[in-house]
Design a protein around this ligand. Structure first.
Ligand SMILES: NC(=O)c1ccc[n+]([C@@H]2O[C@H](COP(=O)([O-])OP(=O)(O)OC[C@H]3O[C@@H](n4cnc5c(N)ncnc54)[C@H](O)[C@@H]3O)[C@@H](O)[C@H]2O)c1
Length: 274
């Protein structure tokens, strides 16, 4: 993948999961990666994973909800050119709407929606001036279809798709590319330790339940990063992966009744009624 060699890349949420896997892969492809997160320990550990790579790593704390800090960093990078922004940071709260607190709605919107908007607007300014660049916003298959029990999350991911796909068309005339990443189930830390404990499904943690009882194989963050970078290289509008993710979206669109029955079964288990 030559398109990342010697390029300047900003990644948010780089201390864990897909952001970390993207950072490691990109540095090994010869990119100069500015890896950001709110997890300072995770950022420190990145240096080992990127050691010996053809590119370079700069790890820096950035909370994506801090518009001023995000804009300042993007403008600083603009001095030498910013080629890619991976707006990857995100959080997921698994709860029914009736149990979701106001703080959880606000936090989900702040990180997943406003955080992506903060980065997009800052990078779009810079990239328009440059006449080049690629903004890669991580949404989810939950941005292409409903995700009951993850409604706040789904709302923000639909917003990310709306932003990204609309801007993509506007941005063409300025030489700027925009893509939306829509992963299916990737085994990362997104569920978090607290939720993993709370969410025992038939006695399993969520990823184990998905694997053993739903017969869906979550992919690794590293596999996800490979899909993402291939999609970015091809400048795909929506990068939807893996097969289980594409099938979920297709069944929602084309076999709605089947999809509804499957979802109802899943909801029963999540409510401990199954
Ligand atoms: N894991 C999945 O199954 C899945 C599926 C679809 C989409 N996604 C999306 O992929 C992206 C990456 O998630 P992941 O699964 O790798 O999760 P992860 O929890 O492993 O990584 C997310 C990272 O974002 C960071 N982060 C959280 N809030 C932040 C903030 N305010 N500012 C900066 N960084 C912050 C976290 O510290 C963490 O390092 C997210 O946008 C997520 O919604 C995940």
């Amino acid at each position: 993948m030559k398109c990342f060699q010697d390029k300047t890349v900003l990644v948010t949420g780089a201390a864990s999961g897909m952001g970390k896997a993207l950072t490691v892969r990109l540095t090994h492809l010869g990119a100069h990666v500015v890896a950001t997160d709110v997890n300072d320990d995770g950022l420190l550990r990145l240096a080992d994973d990127c050691a010996g790579s053809a590119g370079s790593l700069r790890a820096q704390r950035l909370d994506v909800t801090d518009k001023v800090a995000f804009t300042d960093l993007v403008e600083e990078l603009a001095a030498d050119g910013l080629d890619y922004l991976f707006n990857n940071a995100g959080i997921g709260i698994v709860k029914e709407v009736k149990d979701t607190t106001d703080e959880e709605w606000q936090r989900t919107m702040a990180v997943n929606q406003q955080g992506v908007l903060n980065g997009t607007l800052a990078a779009y300014d810079v990239m328009r001036r440059q006449g080049s660049g690629h903004i890669v916003n991580t949404a989810s298959i939950a941005g292409l279809m409903p995700a009951p029990m993850l409604t706040a999350y789904a709302m923000t991911k639909h917003a990310v798709l709306g932003l990204s796909l609309s801007l993509r068309e506007e941005a063409k005339v300025y030489g700027v590319k925009v893509s939306a990443v829509c992963p299916g189930i990737v085994e990362t830390n997104i569920v978090g330790a607290d939720q993993m404990q709370r969410l025992q499904l038939d006695g399993d943690d969520p990823f184990e339940f998905i694997r053993r009882k739903a017969h869906i194989k979550p992919i690794t963050a590293d596999q996800a990063a490979e899909y993402i970078l291939k999609g970015v290289e091809k400048n795909q509008p929506e990068i939807v992966f893996p097969l289980h993710g594409r099938m979920a979206v297709a069944s929602f669109r084309n076999m709605r009744k089947v999809w509804e029955v499957a979802v109802a079964g899943g909801l029963k288990v999540m409510r401990n009624e199954g």
